[in-house]
Design a protein around this ligand. Structure first.
Ligand code: SAM
Length: 278
């Protein structure tokens, strides 16, 4: 299944080992070398699936220096798979230098898709997913973290970031400070694992939930911020018209007609109508 002279970027589970794909297993079995962020950690995954492929350590500290070595091996005909400790490589994980160098030297790079905590969290959080920003990890320094969060105050899109259990309480307090007490937030924890949980509500609600039990402050977490709600002042007549038209027409058309009749922006009406359908 694998071809020589190729680099495969292979996603692995973020908790539940059954989430590995058949294609991932086949590739990991067939390649000449697996470049792994932490060979001991990934060794456990590979031995669980009976895979004995040779491993090579490629992590943040040696990636720049070793990427060319791996690319040279691929050019010499070897096939290499890159994996990270969990989820999709390069998504807040090493691999960017390797893929960048490989592509710049015309080496074929193939993604083998699978889990990633950002998409897994978004898919079940119940917040708008039509437009979102993945912000990775927020800065560790408190002032910088607050500054970063302030950028999302007026965001018209959902914002997702990874957070460490050590910082999550502070971060939620900063969210409350920067985005206001009413902003809807989702904390997605331990995804695909036994204690998976989604907590949705105001920052204050999530802070109370975390404080109620110290164990809740452990584990892997994703934080999702809802978009800033559009404060569109809609007269009762305009609202009635839009809702009535929506029963007979596509939402876009209904929004356009209402906008024309009431002198409003059709995009604003369309966005509002979408929130009614969520
Ligand atoms: N490459 C990974 C991916 O595709 O999701 C992310 C790696 S990043 C170093 C690790 C962070 O991802 C964790 O600190 C946590 O914020 C998030 N994460 C990973 N697995 C998770 C899980 N099972 N549940 C919730 N968050 C998770």
């Amino acid at each position: 299944m694998t071809e020589s002279g190729k680099l495969y970027i292979v996603a692995t589970p973020i908790g539940n080992l059954s989430d590995i794909t058949q294609r991932a297993l086949q590739i990991l079995q067939d390649v000449d070398v697996i470049a792994a962020e932490d060979t001991r950690h990934s060794g456990k995954l590979l031995s669980h699936f009976g895979i004995q492929t040779r491993m090579f350590a490629l992590h943040d500290h040696n990636e720049k220096q070793k990427a060319q070595v791996l690319v040279d091996e691929i050019k010499a005909g070897k096939s290499i798979a890159l994996i990270s400790d969990a989820g999709t490589p390069l998504i807040s994980d090493p691999g960017y230098n390797l893929v960048n160098i490989a592509r710049s030297q015309d080496v074929d790079v193939h993604p083998i898709p699978g889990p990633s905590a950002v998409i897994t969290a978004l898919s079940a959080a119940g917040l708008p997913t039509d437009k979102f920003l993945f912000a990775g990890f927020l800065p560790v320094k408190q002032q910088a973290r607050l500054g970063e969060l302030e950028k999302y105050k007026n965001a018209e899109f959902t914002t997702v970031f990874y957070e460490s259990p050590r910082r999550v309480l502070d971060t939620l307090q900063y969210i409350q400070q920067a985005l206001g007490e009413d902003r809807e937030v989702v904390l997605a924890k331990e995804l695909t694992k036994h204690f998976e949980s989604f907590v949705k509500g105001t920052p204050g609600h999530i802070i109370d939930w975390l404080k109620a039990d110290k164990d809740r402050q452990q584990g892997e977490m994703v934080v999702i911020l809802s978009p800033n709600k559009q404060d569109l002042a809609l007269s009762p007549e305009a609202e009635l018209l839009l809702k009535t038209l929506m029963t007979e027409l596509p939402t876009k058309k209904a929004a356009a007609i209402t906008a024309q009749i009431h002198g409003l922006k059709k995009n604003d009406l369309y966005k509002l109508a979408l929130t009614w359908q969520e």
